[in-house]
Write a protein that binds this ligand. Structure first.
Ligand code: ADP
Ligand code: MG
Length: 302
């Protein structure tokens, strides 16, 4: 296991920001930590990187305990904080050399991370001249300097334009082939684009922890269909793979199927064969978006 979190709680004075959080991340996984603003994502990440102490509970990162072996934990982790703090007046290579000295990493590693993060053409530019996307690359390069096993990235794609987004996602995915990546975001599309697995946090509590392909596999298929006149629900049960039929209102029916095959063409043929006309037909699958909404709607900020 790369990361094992056991019952971590965090209080800021009276306010409970994290409530008994537990999860495990295997080596080589790319896991999205998804939740609305204020859910506790940054707090959890700061505890894992040992920047903050937990109030209760503990965690093991790369085999090291955050309370008893903080230096070893820091050596195992590359951390990109939420507001990627950079010295804008420094040049890219100069900034990386400066950080390499702090981390005591060999100078040869600097050129490696410049190449790895696609910064070669920008290495002699001032950080202030770079776009937000390239600044994020500098942050990632810095996080990779000491060649850590685990990367903790706090909202790495927030504030990027669509082109930069695609580039940083690709970069994170390619880094993720060799390392364990734990990244936070409040945007579910980011998880779908980059991650194998998602842990959803809301109000300091974990409300879901699932592999993305399991959401798709488990999801029943729900189709809403409106006919031109009322029919018996029992009649629709004759359709293949039906689990449930509900008349929602008027001539609108919600049919749940136990299959991943698209049932819309079959419903269409069924209606035609039985002299019914379809006025509307739509698929309402359970996906990450509906799961996220379902689990976090109580939070006003979302
Ligand atoms: P997220 O990163 O998911 O947006 P945070 O971990 O930053 O959430 O914050 C979780 C909760 O803890 C929020 O209610 C926030 O206001 C509170 N919080 C975060 N940092 C501090 C702090 N240093 N002092 C007091 N409260 C804080
Ligand atoms: Mg945050």
């Amino acid at each position: 296991m790369s990361i094992v979190v056991s019952n971590i709680s965090k209080f800021y004075n009276q306010q409970k920001a994290l409530n008994a959080i537990s999860f495990e991340i295997k080596q080589g996984e790319i896991v999205g930590f998804l939740g609305p603003n204020g859910a506790g994502k940054s707090t959890m990440m700061k505890i894992l990187t040992t920047y903050l102490d937990s109030s209760e509970g503990t965690a093991i990162v790369n085999g090291f305990n955050i309370q008893h072996q903080p230096i070893d934990v820091q050596k195992s982790i590359g951390y990109l904080p939420e507001h990627n703090p950079l010295y804008l007046e420094m040049y890219v290579r100069e900034y990386l050399i400066f950080n390499a000295r702090v981390y005591k990493t060999p100078k040869s590693r600097i050129e490696e991370v410049i190449q790895l993060t696609g910064l070669t053409p920008e290495a002699n530019k001032k950080i202030s001249q770079l776009s937000k996307g390239y600044r994020q690359r500098v942050g990632l390069a810095c996080a990779l300097l000491h060649n850590p096993q685990v990367l903790i990235l706090d909202e790495p794609t927030t504030g990027l334009d669509p082109n930069q987004l695609v580039e940083i996602r690709e970069l994170i995915k390619s880094i993720g082939k060799e390392k364990t990546v734990f990244l936070s975001t409040h945007i579910m599309q980011e998880v779908e684009a980059m991650c194998d697995r998602v842990i959803i946090i809301n109000n300091g509590e974990i409300v879901a922890d699932t592999y993305l392909n399991e959401i798709a596999d488990k999801s029943e298929q729900i189709i809403e269909v409106e006919f031109d006149y009322r029919i018996e629900e029992a009649f629709l049960v004759k359709l293949p793979n039906v689990r449930d039929v509900k008349n929602i209102h008027g001539f609108v029916y919600q049919i749940t199927f136990d299959t991943t095959t698209d049932m819309r063409p079959i419903i269409f043929d069924f209606a035609h064969d039985n002299g019914l006309k379809i006025l509307q037909l739509s698929r309402k699958n359970k996906n990450l978006e509906s799961l996220f909404r379902e689990l976090t709607t109580k939070n006003d900020e979302f």
